[in-house]
Design a protein around this ligand. Structure first.
Ligand SMILES: [Zn+2]
Length: 218
């Protein structure tokens, strides 16, 4: 079974996360909003009212994510159900075009900001030629999806049911286990330590290997 994962929003904590993932040889996809990265790292919001979440500077994106997959998370992270279809279309197309310019490669994947995916938004993402688009739904097994533009994952990385879902994916013969997250939710050293333990446990499973999300659709 493959283990695939993706991470959203292009924040400063991704630097540490990427180093950790590299130490395990793990693959991952990072969902980015090119319109929200400035010349310098910038404060974006306070997580739980106390931790300052900072977006990476645009100039460092290519080096920070070297070796990882990049996917489109729209231009500026607006929710599809809060903007009109024309604006959504621009968010989707412009978001991807700028990522392709910046990284010099085809961007195949998509993740809906806030997981919101009304029907017109789904069709826009499909027509734009994405291979898959992730929602925030949970399903085990999640692959093959009924509709790749409404892709679910096994679970969120901090789900209390993480290992339960993992065991279920294995016992059901699923081709892959898929989790997703935000690195800014790792706040303390204990949080990082326990996530590292999670990676170690996944890495040491002889029945599993790290895989790429877009690789499931090629
Ligand atoms: Zn997001």
């Amino acid at each position: 079974m493959k283990i695939v994962q993706c991470w959203d929003d292009g924040v400063e904590d991704d630097i540490r996360l990427c180093e950790l993932l590299r130490s395990f040889g793990a693959q991952a996809t990072f969902n980015l909003n090119t319109g929200l990265h400035g010349t310098d790292r910038g404060s974006a919001w306070l997580f739980r009212g106390e931790k300052e979440v900072r977006k990476l500077a645009k100039s460092e994106l290519v080096s920070v994510y070297e070796g990882f997959e990049i996917a489109n998370h729209t231009l500026t992270h607006l929710s599809a159900d809060k903007i009109d279809p024309a604006e959504w279309k621009r968010e989707v197309l412009e978001g991807r075009a700028r990522l392709e310019d910046l990284f010099g490669r085809r961007i195949a994947g998509f993740a809906y900001p806030f997981g919101h995916c009304p029907p017109h938004a789904v069709e826009t993402v499909r027509e734009a030629g994405h291979l898959y688009a992730r929602t925030c739904a949970n399903a085990t097994p999640w692959f093959p999806p009924t509709d790749p533009m409404l892709l679910a994952a096994d679970c969120y990385f901090l789900s209390p049911h993480f290992w339960e879902r993992y065991a279920l994916a294995k016992s059901s013969g699923a081709p892959a286990f898929y989790f997703w997250g935000h690195s800014y939710e790792l706040c303390s050293e204990d949080d990082w330590k326990s996530f590292e333990e999670k990676l170690r446990r996944l890495d040491s499973d002889p029945d599993a290997e790290w895989g790429s999300l877009s690789g499931m659709f090629n």
